[in-house]
Ligand binder design. Structure first.
Ligand SMILES: *[C@@H]1O[C@H](CO)[C@@H](O)[C@H](O)[C@H]1NC(C)=O
Ligand SMILES: *[C@@H]1O[C@H](CO)[C@@H](O)[C@H](O)[C@H]1NC(C)=O
Ligand SMILES: *[C@@H]1O[C@H](CO)[C@@H](O)[C@H](O)[C@H]1NC(C)=O
Ligand SMILES: *[C@@H]1O[C@H](CO)[C@@H](O)[C@H](O)[C@H]1NC(C)=O
Ligand SMILES: *[C@@H]1O[C@H](CO)[C@@H](O)[C@H](O)[C@H]1NC(C)=O
Ligand SMILES: *[C@@H]1O[C@H](CO)[C@@H](O)[C@H](O)[C@H]1NC(C)=O
Ligand SMILES: [Zn+2]
Length: 661
């Protein structure tokens, strides 16, 4: 039966990153790779790496070392990890990043028996004071002896520390590698408790510039999936976690260097940054890297409050943030303020960087943008290939009001102005009872989406009460409403979602246009899903008429259709339609009419977006009257044949309940 597909909408999901800063004791610093120039009593000055020009940077080589836990995976998952997941994630960073290469094989330093170091004057380095540990670990993996230097230790003798020695032979090391990544797949406590896909961190830093040279990633085995719907989030998550190990981490900010190779943060007598007063796990960074800025008139529905923000203010990051938002007096790029250690400050602020992949939670369409690339260059360790960056639509060109003020102020000022308050929305997803949800396009038009505004069981903290009015919600109820993504300061916006199809528990359907299997059979809206599909909004809901009866598809206000760019204009393709339909200008109607197999006249009107939203080359748009394009047959009269009407009209408005499973 055609209409007998009951669709249940499951909650819009967000996958948080569960990164944890490595404890200071777990990170080995000062790893010497290239031999020193010795015997004249002087050590190689570090000047040789200063003033490094771009030509000294060469493509980064990441060596993958799998530990035996990976063999516990099923054959299918193992093949997937070895031949698809890691090569694509790691390959991406190898293409993006260039580093100053060392001459020698990569050889890591052994960990010490205890956290007790002695200063070895002869090599001007800290050495183990109580011998080396039996095994050197990197995250969940054990570093093989072949990757390790011999044990260098000192013994305390009176007040001198002349009793320093090296014991054992060096391993062979790893040739042609600038970074070694230890890959494990253990079902750890962290995997289970925090619904985690993967996590990673760095574990060793080299001596010359403090660049991380070793790290580990653990792929949570139960979360590994070879299902096509999960690929985007899995690959992006591994790229994201690995980037924490390569430099994007509050545990590394204090080690960042400027273009001359000088530390951006002051060092102590041992060449290390100072410790944070209150936190065990990271070093204190200078204000020229991360600065705290007070927003003293942060708008909330209950009056202004003071809202402190942490901003990355290094030169390229600042310039890129100003360019992206179109705000020349922006101080830098705002870092996440919520989520606790490991999330806060180690990610971009979700409110203003929504689908940038280095925000603290995965919501939709992750992109690695120029913003993240700028941070990587400002570490001083990398040069990047900006042509590998993906475009971030969120916030682009929206100006200082968008980036420096609360979303509440943005929404209320725009509403007062009767102008669009995109990218935010204020349509309640559900009110606890049954209410109508309405689909829209998300900002980058790659997915059908729902406004993620929901009621919470408790009032939101005052600084996140962003709405002073919500259609259909009484004043007293307002403090309970916010967007479902907490890290986005509870700002509501359109987000992709997953459908649940009750009759076929196995079949999965989400709202991304690019995934072919998302198309429903007998789709009422003549949608097209696939690589060339994008989301288009409707002028009003689709209808079907027959013999004076009318059925309306109330919940759909957007759908996925094929797009193509021909001769400077955007064209839209519908399912099984023989031709494409041109868009002459923004707001043009594409009027679709079709007689269905059972004799209904079905009608819908698609709205053309601005050509430049989807095409790179656009001819000038023709202003003027609304142009209507009729699809298929010319305008038809409502049919009225003798056919008996199907008795299923009620099922037509799909019954929805919000999954709270
Ligand atoms: C490391 O510590 C253990 C126990 O504390 C000790 O038995 C061992 O000898 C130490 N190793 C070295 C190299 O000193
Ligand atoms: C400390 O130094 C003094 C004089 O140099 C020497 O006599 C003594 O034996 C040393 N003690 C130890 C424990 O090495
Ligand atoms: C899970 O996440 C919480 C914070 O969200 C954190 O405190 C906790 O340590 C994490 N658990 C594990 C096992 O990582
Ligand atoms: C940067 O990446 C682009 C796209 O992958 C590539 O064509 C180009 O050669 C790269 N440039 C450099 C300098 O590596
Ligand atoms: C209202 O709209 C106009 C024109 O679109 C704009 O110049 C002005 O800044 C807006 N005012 C507010 C408060 O957003
Ligand atoms: C699509 O069109 C082809 C021929 O043009 C037809 O055979 C097929 O049945 C159509 N499919 C649907 C689902 O309407
Ligand atoms: Zn993260």
């Amino acid at each position: 039966m055609r209409w007998a597909v009951l669709v249940f909408l499951s909650a819009v999901r967000a996958k948080p990153c569960s990164y944890q800063l490595p404890a200071i004791d777990d990170v080995v610093t000062g790893v010497e790779i290239d031999a020193r120039i010795e015997n004249d009593g002087h050590h190689r000055t570090k000047r040789s790496v200063h003033h490094a020009r771009s030509e000294h940077f060469q493509p980064m080589r990441i060596h993958l070392h799998y530990d035996e836990t990976i063999l516990g995976l099923s054959e299918e998952k193992l093949t997937y990890v070895l031949h698809s997941l890691l090569p694509s994630a790691i390959g991406y960073w190898e293409q993006v990043l260039r580093v100053r290469r060392h001459k020698n094989n990569l050889l890591l330093k052994r960990k010490c028996n205890e956290t007790f170091f002695l200063w070895d004057k002869s090599v001007r380095q800290l050495a183990c004071g109580k011998g080396c540990a039996a095994a050197t670990t990197c995250g969940d993996s054990i570093v093989p002896p072949a990757h390790l230097q011999p044990c260098h230790y000192c013994e305390l003798r009176n007040d001198t520390t002349d009793g320093c020695a090296t014991e054992g032979k060096p391993g062979e090391g790893i040739p042609e590698a600038d970074f070694v990544l230890y890959v494990s797949s253990k079902q750890t406590e962290r995997c289970i408790r925090n619904d985690t896909l993967a996590y990673a961190a760095h574990c060793q830093q080299e001596a010359l510039l403090d660049r991380p040279i070793a790290g580990h990633v653990n792929l949570c085995p139960s979360a590994l999936s070879t299902h096509s719907h999960d690929q985007e989030v899995l690959i992006s998550t591994v790229k994201h976690e690995v980037l924490h190990a390569l430099g994007f981490s509050a545990g590394l900010y204090a080690f960042f260097r400027d273009d001359e190779g000088k530390p951006r943060t002051k060092r102590n007598q041992y060449g290390r940054p100072f410790l944070m007063n209150d936190a065990r796990s990271h070093f204190k960074w200078d204000r020229s890297t991360i600065d705290t800025i007070l927003r003293t008139d942060w708008w909330t529905a209950e009056g202004a409050v003071i809202h402190p923000v942490q901003m990355m203010v290094t030169p390229r990051v600042r310039a890129e943030a100003r360019r992206h938002f179109g705000c020349a007096r922006l101080e830098g790029a705002e870092m996440e303020n919520q989520g606790g250690e490991g999330t806060a400050i180690t990610h971009w602020e979700k409110r203003i960087f929504e689908n940038e992949a280095m925000t603290g939670t995965h919501t939709q369409n992750p992109v690695y943008s120029r913003m993240t690339f700028a941070l990587l260059e400002d570490t001083g360790w990398y040069r990047v290939n900006y042509s590998m960056a993906e475009e971030l639509h969120w916030g682009a060109g929206l100006g200082c009001d968008f980036v420096k003020k609360s979303c509440g102020e943005w929404i209320s000022a725009r509403k007062a102005n009767r102008s669009s308050f995109s990218p935010f929305c204020d349509h309640v997803k559900h009110d606890g009872k049954r209410s109508l949800v309405v689909t829209k396009c998300n900002l980058q038009r790659d997915s059908v989406a729902l406004c993620n505004l929901i009621p919470y069981s408790k009032k939101l903290p005052i600084e996140f009460r962003n709405l002073d009015a919500i259609p259909g919600v009484q004043k007293a109820g307002l403090p309970y409403y916010g967007g479902s993504v907490e890290l986005a300061d509870y700002c509501p916006y359109n987000q992709e979602f997953e459908w649940k199809i009750s009759s076929e528990a196995e079949k999965r359907r989400d709202s991304r246009c690019e995934i072919e299997t998302n198309r429903l059979e007998n789709d009422e809206l003549m949608e097209v899903y696939g690589h060339n599909s994008r989301c288009f909004d409707f002028l009003r809901p689709w209808t079907e008429r027959k013999c004076g009866k009318i059925r309306t598809f109330h919940q759909y206000m957007a759908g996925c259709y094929e797009h193509s760019c021909i001769d400077g204009s955007l064209h839209i393709g519908l399912f099984n339609a023989s031709s494409l339909h041109p868009c002459r200008h923004e707001g043009q109607h594409v009027h679709i009419r079709k007689i269905t197999e059972d004799g209904w006249l079905r009608e819908g009107i698609l709205l053309c977006p601005r050509c430049s939203e989807l095409c790179s080359e656009c001819a000038e748009e023709k202003e003027g009257t609304i142009y209507e394009e009729y699809v298929g047959d010319p305008p038809l009269d409502e049919p009225c044949s003798a056919t008996v009407l199907a008795p299923t009209v009620l099922l037509f408005s799909l019954i929805l309940s919000i999954g709270r499973s």
